[in-house]
Design a binder for this molecule. Sequence first.
Ligand code: XMP
Length: 177
Amino acid sequence: MRDDIERVLIDEAVIQKRLDAMALDIERDFPGGTLVVIILLKGALVFAADLLRRVPRQLEIECLNVASYHGGLESSGKVDFLDRHFPEVKGRHVLLLDDILDTGRTLHAVERRLLEEGAVAVHTAVLLAKDKERAEEVNADYVGFEIGDEFVVGYGLDYKGRYRNLPYVGVLKPSAV
Ligand code: XMP
């Protein structure tokens, strides 16, 4: 698996250090009450597991299965909600976690749906944000790292379902694509 990586973009120790700071920001910004956290599957799983264990407050954790990439290198442009049930968010403050902000379609679609379902406010946190023009006007409230506009894998992010368990974020060799 590591042989398929051309270069490490963000190494493990740097990610873990950044998560300490993000968790402090979240803790400071949401002082009281129970916060509903929604993890977008599957990409945000690893990020969420490491980040949320650093937030020492009452959280209710939910997951949402959405698809926009369908396993390849390009976003399909359409966001599908794959779950039969939607988390109960009426009257709640929601923190939405995703792996990466790319075109912005995913966060935009999920945020809109959460507000339609009655969430009081939706805040968003992403591990990565690509430095590019977005198809939708959306900004994450918490961003781990800004990266260039290239396809990355690892730390939850996949190519055709693989590489999610790499502990760092890296770029694939052309021969692996
Ligand atoms: P949008 O375009 O909706 O994209 O902001 C968000 C979703 O697209 C996937 N994505 C990637 N997955 N490497 C990946 O493995 C990437 O470079 C990449 N860019 C976008 C990801 O699932 C994200 O939630």
